[in-house]
Unconditional design. Structure first.
Length: 132
């Protein structure tokens, strides 16, 4: 982290670079950067899930009347359609998409607490309890 901060300080004019890391710890910066990387990865994952779901929906529609042998306990079972089989797989991917939405709310949280998590480097009274 220190080399990056030194480069940022050098790029700033009029001594303003000394403020680029003020109040934040290295942990604050690296945790926030990790969350930003996770956010970008989730965008890619979501796009792939959408594409897979769209393809499965197309297969379910196209083959809704195409018969195939169902399977149960690794053995041939009652007849089903290939479209039905694809629809059941699609249902699983739709659940994955819902899980991804829930995951975002819990994972995409930035962290900024300063030294010891008190934010005291940012304001003299930051560590004091706030009135309700």
């Amino acid at each position: 982290m220190l080399p990056v901060v030194q480069q940022l300080v050098a790029l700033c004019r009029d001594g303003l670079g000394e403020w680029c890391h003020w109040g934040a710890t290295t942990q604050d910066i690296t945790d926030s950067a990790t969350v930003m990387q996770i956010r970008e990865a989730l965008i890619v994952i979501e796009a792939h899930l959408d594409a897979i779901a769209e393809a499965l929906a197309g297969l379910a529609r196209k083959y809704r009347d195409t018969p195939m042998a169902g399977r149960s306990n690794l053995q041939q079972a009652v007849p089903i359609t290939f479209g039905y089989k694809m629809a059941t797989v699609l249902a699983g991917f739709e659940r994955h998409k819902e899980r991804l939405k829930e995951l975002r709310k819990r994972v995409l949280v930035g962290e900024f607490g300063g030294a010891a998590g008190t934010l005291s480097s940012l304001a003299a009274a930051a560590w004091k309890p706030r009135p309700s």
